[in-house]
Each structure stands twice: as C-alpha cells, then as structure tokens.
Design a protein around this ligand. Structure first.
Ligand SMILES: Nc1ncnc2c1ncn2[C@@H]1O[C@H](COP(=O)(O)OP(=O)(O)OP(=O)(O)O)[C@@H](O)[C@H]1O
Ligand SMILES: [Mg+2]
Length: 269
C-alpha cells in the first residue's frame, strides 16, 4: 500500500454452505495455506464448534484457552485469541465446543448479528497487516453464519460434486440476500468451488455441468479433485499443501488461490 497512513483492510471471506461435509474446512485451511505460501498474511477464523480448522492446523485443545467464543460473547481482545500456526503468514482464531452455546448467548445482545463484525474491526487488527481473513463456517445458517456474512466482503461456497449438491443452494443464496438487505449491502459471492470431484464419475461431471449452467461465472474454473492425500492431511495436523505439496489436491488449492486473487484484482482494479 503506497500510503502508509491509510488503513488497509483485509478482504474478509466467509467459507460457507449449510450442508455438512462439503469441504468448507478443507478449503479454509488449504486456501489459507496457499495464500500464505504466496506471501499474503492470512487469519483463519474458526467459527465452527467442531473446531476442525483448529485441529487441522495443529492447535491442541489445551492450547485454546481463549477462542472465537470469547471473541463473540466475552468481548475478548483479538490479540489474546489469535495464535500462530506452523505455516508462516497463517494465523488462526481457534474454536472449541464452547462455541455451540454462543448462538443462545448472542441472541441477548442488541448487536447480535454484528458481534464478529465488531471483533474483526478492533483497531489492533492493523498490527497483523492482514491481507485476508477466511471464516470457516459451521454447517448451518445459524446466527454464527449470519455473523460471518455480516462481517464479510464475500462468501465462498464449496459445492461437493455429488447428487443433491445444488439442493440447499437457493436457501443459502436467500440468506445472502437477507444479509444484504438487513446489514451488509455490499456482500458479494466470491465464487462457488466444486470439491471432491471425481473425473471418472459421470455424476461429478453432471454436477459440474448443472452448476455451470445454473450459476455461470460464479463457478470457479478451478476444480478440487477427490484426492486421498487431502483427506489424510488433517490427521497429521497439516494442510495438504504442506503434507504432500505435489499432490493433485495441493495443485488445485494453489490454483484456486491464484484464480481468486486474479478475480479480486480484476474487480478492484
Ligand atoms: N478434495 C478432497 N478429497 C478427498 N477428501 C476430501 C476432500 N475435501 C474434503 N475431504 C474430506 O471430506 C470430509 C469433509 O470435509 P470438510 O471437513 O472439509 O467438510 P466441511 O464442509 O467443513 O464439513 P462440516 O460441515 O462438518 O464442517 C473430510 O473428511 C475431508 O478430509
Ligand atoms: Mg467444517
């Protein structure tokens, strides 16, 4: 940024789909790692009580003294919640099962939909010089997901290349529209990424054709293949791009990072 006095805001992206097991966390971890590898400073916000992103990046439960729950419900300072990971440039705000009760507690707040928005705009955020904040959402359209969308510039939607993939998407798009109308008129769709794609499977190809016919330009050109190395990596507490840098999954997530950055640059000039 040429003007050092100008506040440089990171791009905030919610990785969301209320459908379970479609590759949200895998995408959050690996897109985050690929962006960090390219020299960007990235914060991954784990907004899922399952804490899969935290575990997948090697943050032990014992090391999650303060979490996104404290950020949302207890007004904790960002600096006390954010942790470094083994990957240079990639930070995480971890989660634990504590977060599962956050919805109920947040409802009582007047700013119930803006709690994450407020947390991510603490002035201290500037100290991290972040380029991207990726929010790993839970598999629901709960208040947590609403908080993510309200706080974000865009949503990135992983779509599993399986039958019924497109079902539920209209509900998700409706939530995006509601958030635009009520709180965040500028919320964009960053894109839809096909995950767990099996090129030998006609069904995967049919899902791709349907997605491109229905959603057009919104669908990323990059497709993430089904790749066993991707599914092994979390048990080694690593992103696949570190665990097996030359795997097909790693190549795909690097390509996705590049395509996303190019899209953003094209849109913002
Ligand atoms: N490209 C891939 N190839 C093979 N396995 C994958 C791939 N992407 C994700 N998986 C596996 O699929 C499962 C679901 O992925 P992931 O946890 O990322 O989904 P999710 O949408 O975050 O799930 P949830 O809704 O429970 O949060 C995991 O076991 C993950 O390792
Ligand atoms: Mg997940």
């Amino acid at each position: 940024m040429s003007d050092p006095t100008r506040r440089r805001l990171p791009r905030i992206i919610s990785i969301t789909n209320q459908k379970g097991g479609v590759g949200k966390t895998t995408t959050a971890i690996n897109l985050g790692a690929a962006l960090a590898e390219d020299g960007y400073n990235v914060l991954l916000v784990d907004l899922d009580p399952q804490g899969n992103a935290s575990t997948g990046l090697g943050i032990e439960v014992e090391d999650r003294a303060l979490t996104t729950y404290d950020l949302l419900v207890e007004d904790a300072e960002l600096a006390s919640v954010i942790k470094t990971t083994d990957i240079e440039g990639l930070l995480i705000a971890p989660a634990t099962t504590d977060l599962s009760s956050a919805d109920i507690e947040m409802v009582a707040s007047e700013r119930r939909s803006f709690l994450l928005y407020d947390a991510l705009r603490q002035p201290k955020i500037d100290d991290y010089d972040l380029d991207f904040i990726l929010i790993d959402c839970p598999p629901s359209l709960s208040l947590l997901t609403v908080n993510a969308m309200v706080a974000s510039d865009s949503v990135l939607i992983p779509l599993q290349s399986e039958f019924f993939a497109l079902e539920g998407l209209s509900q998700l798009m409706m939530s995006v529209r509601e958030v635009r109308q009520s709180a965040n008129p500028d919320l964009r769709i960053e894109g839809v990424v096909l995950t767990m794609f099996d090129g030998r499977n006609n069904l995967s190809q049919q899902v791709e054709a349907d997605a491109r016919a229905t959603l057009g330009e919104l669908v990323f050109k990059t497709i993430v293949p089904r790749n066993v190395r991707v599914s092994e990596a979390p048990s080694y507490a690593m992103p696949v791009i570190i665990y097996d840098p030359m795997s097909k999954g790693s190549h795909a997530y690097r390509a996705l990072a590049q395509e996303m950055v190019e899209n953003i640059e094209a849109a913002t000039g």
